[in-house]
Write a protein that binds this ligand. Sequence first.
Ligand SMILES: [Zn+2]
Ligand SMILES: [Zn+2]
Length: 260
Amino acid sequence: MKLTVIGNNGAVPRPGGACNGYLVQEGDSSILLDCGTGAFSQLERFIDPLAVDAVFISHMHADHFFDLVPYRYALLLTLGPKRPAPLPLWLPNGCGQVLENFAASFGGAAHFFGEAFALHEYNPGDVITVGDLSVTVVELRHFIPSYGLRVAGNGTLAYSADTAYCEAALALAAGCDAFLCEATMQDATYARGRAGHLSASDAGRLAQQAGVPRLLLTHIWYELDSQISLREARATYGGRLELALEGQSYDIIVSDGRPG
Ligand SMILES: [Zn+2]
Ligand SMILES: [Zn+2]
């Protein structure tokens, strides 16, 4: 299974970068986890957006879904007629209407998104199969409802979305081969995000407790030095530790390793 980091920023994209978007591929199957600000143009560097089999949105914060707008325009106005069926778009329960209300706020037509995407809503515990991949939904703790996504193919990847430290995040990561985990804060800025985010050392602690052999840090606040995040996660985690870098691909392989 291959993970390609389309965008990794929380809230504000760096110059030339993008907010959250993670392309996961196995065999002929491709899914996109989140589609935040700037992610659509970056996505086009790695895959024909029409070839994506499904898009999953973890929660309705702008840095995780705003680029559904250009995606919608592309599907409907420029690229879409070449796609045989609408692109499935999976949203948290109740958020189809949230998305359409958002479109109405800038004058979008009724069913602005629904006429380009096949809208679906998931619930915690759901397992959604897309070709060679399956996605399990885990409810986490954030400022608004937010859902971790556990993707299984040949290898298993847990994606934390945005979350505070919680038991559910541990359960999400346990048994996975790799944990793509948000590390918004650092120890010095921890108080700012405690209620809804993780620090890098939290991410390390979670991965260590969950017994995950590999940890990829993402969603690092753009003002922060990611090398410091790496050092802080290193202090709490003994396994294979990397930054989830924009434009970089990672092979997620089956592992019986432990973090050490
Ligand atoms: Zn975020
Ligand atoms: Zn958020």
